[in-house]
Design a protein around this ligand. Structure first.
Ligand SMILES: *[C@@H]1O[C@H](CO)[C@@H](O)[C@H](O)[C@H]1NC(C)=O
Ligand SMILES: *[C@@H]1O[C@H](CO)[C@@H](O)[C@H](O)[C@H]1NC(C)=O
Ligand SMILES: *[C@@H]1O[C@H](CO)[C@@H](O)[C@H](O)[C@H]1NC(C)=O
Length: 484
């Protein structure tokens, strides 16, 4: 029974790893029979080997750690953890890297670990405060470029490392701690939220979408040089965390970092905040005066800037509205966030509502109110949190075909739609969504929620990092017994 359950759960992941795992389970059984009934059994060792495969060496585990389940029991050891992050977010309004830093390290503090956050003092000097005695901030004045003053934070770190007990593990969000300081630290992990190689795809998209009257960005050749530069300095960091399967592959294949130093831990978002609550969604719609005859509510969230694909979706919606009155009369678009494109959406009529930036609780209601979440981003780097929030809320998603999204998030049509970053492709997808209608979208939303709960909860992410940090601090934690 338990085994059937595991196998059926594995199939739901729809990925290569599961197929391999299931195949090897079957071949184990068939070889066992073959050995049992044949005198020609070449080696019992093979069977032993297969059995041992149930114990995974985490450091060389090639897939996302989010696929594994780690115990929710209190950690076997309380770790002293240092974090270097350029900026600590002010409340919930923060971009990807800072959101990640906040969600992850608060979760680790809740698990009882001792956290020391080395970060820049906030501009109005009110230092962050949380109800954890085991979460300590070490603030410093940033450089004029907004980076951490390396000599200063390094001194703060050294002082802490000599007080009480030394750090078990050091974590840096991106280049919070520069490689010049990180290079000699073996118990260190860096999390990359976008690497230069991924950005090349964004450059290509931007160039293709460029209108003749705007100037060509000079970045095209510089970018390759940037990648080469990264390939040279990245190896100085001991361990690397990739936030998408694609970035993990690039770090191993193109950046040539040994596989036992590259670990994939997909981003996670707070599953207590982002969850299905249909009544909240209805209430949200009612307050906005969205009538029941509107059969489809599309939602977008985030900074309303060019990079996030707003010019593209603006043009696509404009054309569809002109072409198809029925579409226009049945669709409402909700836009959460602010930025230069906020005002322009008003030109598209009364059924595009720009809500401004929303606090997390409001944002959760927003996701509940929509039928599908649309993310036309042109940024290929990192792994967008908004998609994960929509999925945990049980909404299908439609997003640009960039490798992090197609490789880790929308891995098949069962949870949503993907499109190329062109007005044509976006229009085709909008029509497809509209034709599919609510019932199909609800079904996809359920699949999205299921995948979200398996992979993208803050709890999953924190458990994976905790285990990585334990493993970095002590080798015995690097072996993982798969439950069976
Ligand atoms: C600190 O400054 C930021 C940006 O100016 C502002 O949004 C925030 O409300 C301020 N925080 C406090 C506690 O005053
Ligand atoms: C922290 O202190 C320990 C114990 O003295 C030492 O082994 C380690 O190298 C120190 N870490 C760094 C990064 O200096
Ligand atoms: C730090 O690393 C450099 C090489 O990158 C090496 O020459 C130096 O001895 C190391 N220092 C320590 C204290 O380990």
């Amino acid at each position: 029974m338990a085994k059937d359950l595991i196998i059926s759960t594995m199939f739901r992941f729809h990925n290569f790893y599961c197929i391999i795992a299931v195949l090897s389970a079957f071949s184990f059984i068939s070889i066992f029979y073959w050995c049992h009934f044949s005198s020609n059994c070449y080696s019992m060792n093979f069977i032993m080997m297969q059995k041992q495969k149930e114990v995974i060496d985490l450091l060389t585990f090639p897939y996302a750690w989010n696929l594994l389940s780690f115990s929710a029991d209190p950690p076997p050891q309380i770790l002293k953890i240092a974090l270097f992050v350029k900026k600590w977010p002010h409340r919930s309004r923060a971009g990807g890297l800072e959101r990640h830093a906040l969600t992850l390290h608060l979760a680790l503090a809740k698990r009882g670990h001792e956290l020391h956050i080395f970060t820049a003092s906030p501009p109005n000097s009110s230092s962050p405060s949380y109800p954890f005695a085991n979460l300590v901030f070490h603030l410093s004045k940033p450089t004029s470029g907004g980076y951490l003053e390396q000599a200063v934070v390094w001194n703060q770190f050294q002082t802490q490392n000599m007080t009480g007990r030394p750090f078990d593990v050091v974590h840096t969000e991106s280049v919070g701690l520069l490689h010049t300081r990180a290079k000699n630290v073996s118990n260190l992990a860096v999390t990359w939220h976008g690497i230069a190689y991924e950005t090349i795809h964004s450059d290509i998209i931007q160039e293709l979408l460029r209108t003749p009257e705007t100037q060509r960005a000079s970045m095209m050749t510089e970018r390759t040089a940037k990648v080469v530069e990264e390939v040279k300095f990245f190896p100085r960091y001991s361990h690397h965390v990739a936030t998408s399967d694609h970035a993990g592959d690039v770090l191993k294949r193109i950046y040539m970092i040994p596989e036992e130093r590259v670990h994939i831990i997909l981003n996670g978002v707070d599953e207590e905040i982002f969850r299905p609550e249909p009544s909240q969604g209805n209430e949200f719609k009612r307050k906005l005066g969205i009538s029941k005859s509107r059969s489809l509510v599309l939602g977008m969230a985030g900074r309303l800037v060019k990079d996030k694909g707003h010019p593209l979706i603006f043009e696509a919606l404009k054309q569809v509205f002109l072409e198809n009155k029925e579409f226009q009369q049945s669709v409402t678009v909700l836009v959460a966030g602010d930025g230069p494109w906020g005002a322009r959406y008003k030109d598209l009529g009364a059924h595009i509502l720009v809500l401004g930036p929303l606090e997390q609780a409001q944002l959760a209601k927003f996701y509940n109110a929509i039928d599908i979440f649309v993310n036309p981003t042109l940024r290929a780097q990192g792994l967008d949190h908004t998609l994960l929030e929509a999925m945990l809320t049980g909404k299908p998603i439609m997003a640009t075909r960039v490798a992090s999204i197609t490789g880790s998030v929308i891995v098949g049509p069962e949870m949503g739609y993907t499109f190329s970053p062109s007005v044509e492709s976006l229009k085709t997808t909008l029509y497809r969504v509209w034709n599919d209608g609510r019932a199909v979208l609800e079904k996809k939303g359920e699949a999205a929620r299921q995948r979200g709960m398996q992979l993208f909860t803050a709890t999953k992410m924190a458990a994976a990092y905790e285990r990585l940090f334990l493993c970095i601090s002590k080798e015995e934690y690097c072996r993982h017994q798969k439950s069976s």
